[in-house]
Design a protein around this ligand. Structure first.
Ligand code: FES
Length: 570
């Protein structure tokens, strides 16, 4: 039975108010019958020429519109703040919560019965989903899709190679001319990063949560199948609006558990942790950072994609995409979870095929033993820190070394290549004040480049610890998201160069070997870094952002306010 449409409390009104609502829409040449009982479907668009990964979204929106009209709905496209990872300073993470507020209020305040979220570049997925969760109307996600695989001198390349190229240029192994050539072949088509970085992890996340049609995660942006999926999503959202199938019906605790397992199986980004926690916080589903450490379960890494492996998203699509992975690991999943197409996870993946076991391993012969993320605890990070086990160098799994401390990112940049820096391959690089409050905005600087003098010696990895994040395309023995962050004045804040740090991956521990009395003394002397921010959004953010282990949402944005607007100024 069709539910009462919320848009009718605008367009279905009689008298002056209804006239105003309809008449101004009709100035766009829209006939009145479009408003008569049809589901009005919003298309929440993050198109922007400043978000290159999403620059094709106006075209994608046309396909969604075709589907909406075909199914008897009426599409209305609206823009929201778009977060372009490559251009935006100081870091898009500072603005994830701001964009989510834009999305939330744009959906709630307008006459729409369902919404299609067009998501692509890293933060555009969590920000849109967080905002939509706080309203909770029928919602479906359409991702923009990954770019084609990059090419350089006959080899496949992707975003992950940037880190390698940078180190090779620094070590004098790669020339600037060769780097220019690689740059020209890196981004060959529209779409988001072509590896299992954060954007692809987010696209897998929405599919695993049941928030997109099956197959959404992997179809390349330029493949005709992407437009077909967009059109089918347009058709489906109209049905969802009629059925009243809301986000909260889909995003159950079991759906979050599925997403965590799928992220582990695909070798997804560490950023997944922080974004999923924030999304769960909006829906009100209990989820803690400890829920992410499933590395002791028997779930292996199934997908041979960069940065954990060799292949690219295009290969992933040809191999069967996410449904094939989910079918391989189906014994680990809650197959009864309902998804946006009205079917269960089990029904959606029942006929999925793994076409290429080089790219998607079979569950009996997985790609790697370690998967997911490991949550470390200890006196450096009593609330947790995150490390990606399949990025760790084997010899550093259990490591003790002297800290080389950088109080902020500027100091790191100034000193890291200083030939007089007291550092060797056993040192532990510590970067402070890149957390949610300390930077502010928690930038992706955690996988600090190694000192030039060690790179020249052939060192390729060291233990690195920070309260910041790492690009989903990064790798190495990199401890991230230390909580509480340095700006909060805990033990992490008072680590000094020369202190001994012990990391034990198997025991899940990260400790500072300094007597308790000395730590107490140092903390009494602790003074936070000077705060030059006196106005604007960053001022609000800094005073309300929560710690990384809670998802770094603003405290007053947690939960939702629903879709009902009780006051009306007309
Ligand atoms: Fe947009 Fe990588 S820069 S997804």
């Amino acid at each position: 039975m069709q539910k009462k449409l919320r848009s009718q409390s605008w367009f279905g009104k009689k008298g002056k108010d209804g006239l105003i609502y309809r008449a101004w829409m009709r100035n766009q040449g829209i006939p009145s019958y479009e408003f008569e009982g049809k589901p009005i479907i919003g298309i929440c668009n993050t198109w922007s020429e400043l978000t290159p990964c999403n620059a094709h979204f106006r075209e994608l929106a046309e396909s969604v519109k075709r589907g909406i009209s075909e199914a008897g709905g009426f599409p209305v496209e609206f823009p929201v703040m778009s977060l372009g990872e490559t251009l935006m300073k100081p870091t898009t993470m500072l603005f994830r919560n701001l964009a989510s507020m834009d999305v939330e209020e744009s959906i709630r305040g307008n006459p729409i019965d369902g919404v299609v979220l067009l998501c692509g570049c890293d933060k555009t997925t969590p920000s849109l989903l967080m905002g939509a969760c706080s309203v909770d109307i029928p919602t479906i996600v359409v991702s923009g899709g990954p770019m084609l695989t990059g090419k350089y001198r006959g080899k496949n390349i992707g975003t992950t190679d940037i880190w390698r190229f940078a180190d090779e240029v620094k070590a004098g192994v790669m020339s600037q001319e060769a780097l220019n050539e690689a740059e020209a072949g890196l981004c060959r088509s529209r779409g988001h990063c072509a590896v299992m970085g954060t954007a692809s992890s987010m696209a897998c996340m929405v599919e695993a949560l049941g928030m997109s049609l099956p197959g959404n995660a992997a179809i390349p942006a330029v493949d005709a199948g992407r437009k077909v999926l967009a059109q089918l999503s347009g058709i489906r959202i109209v049905e969802m609006a009629k059925e009243g199938l809301k986000i909260s019906d889909i995003l159950t605790r079991k759906a979050f558990e599925n997403a965590i397992k799928v992220n582990a199986a695909v070798g997804g980004s560490t950023n997944f942790v922080i974004h999923l926690l924030a999304i769960a916080g909006r829906v009100g589903t209990p989820l803690t950072i400890d829920d992410f450490d499933i590395a002791r379960s028997s779930l292996p890494l199934m997908v041979n994609l960069q940065p954990s492996g060799q292949y690219f998203m295009e290969d992933f699509y040809y191999a069967g995409g996410l449904p094939a992975v989910m079918r391989e690991i189906s014994d680990h999943l809650h197959k009864d979870c309902i998804t946006v197409n009205g079917r269960s996870v089990g029904e959606n993946i029942g006929r999925a095929e793994n076409i290429n076991t080089e790219v998607i391993a079979s569950v009996n012969a997985p790609f790697k033993r370690d998967s997911g993320v490991i949550i470390l605890k200890g006196n450096i990070c009593p609330d947790g820190a995150v490390i990606k086990p399949n990025a760790i160098s084997e010899q550093l799994r259990k490591h003790s070394g002297k800290a080389v401390v950088f109080e902020n990112i500027e100091e790191y940049k100034e000193r890291i290549d200083d030939l007089d820096l007291e550092v060797d391959e056993n040192s532990v690089l510590v970067l402070k004040n890149v957390g949610p409050k300390g930077y502010p905005g928690m930038p992706e600087v955690g996988n600090m480049g190694l000192p030039k003098k060690l790179l020249e010696k052939g060192v390729t990895d060291m233990v690195r610890i920070s309260d910041g994040r790492m690009s989903g395309t990064g790798f190495g023995t990199v401890v991230l998201h230390v909580s509480p962050e340095a700006a909060e004045g805990g033990n992490f804040a008072v680590i000094r160069s020369g202190d001994t740090i012990e990391l034990d991956i198997d025991q899940r521990t990260l400790n500072l070997v300094v007597p308790e009395e000395e730590l107490t003394r140092r903390k009494q002397l602790f003074r936070p870094q000077a705060d030059p921010i006196s106005r604007g959004y960053a001022y609000l953010y800094k005073r309300h952002v929560e710690q990384a282990h809670l998802g770094a949402d603003l405290d007053f944005l947690k939960g939702g306010s629903g879709s009902v607007v009780t006051r009306d100024s007309h």
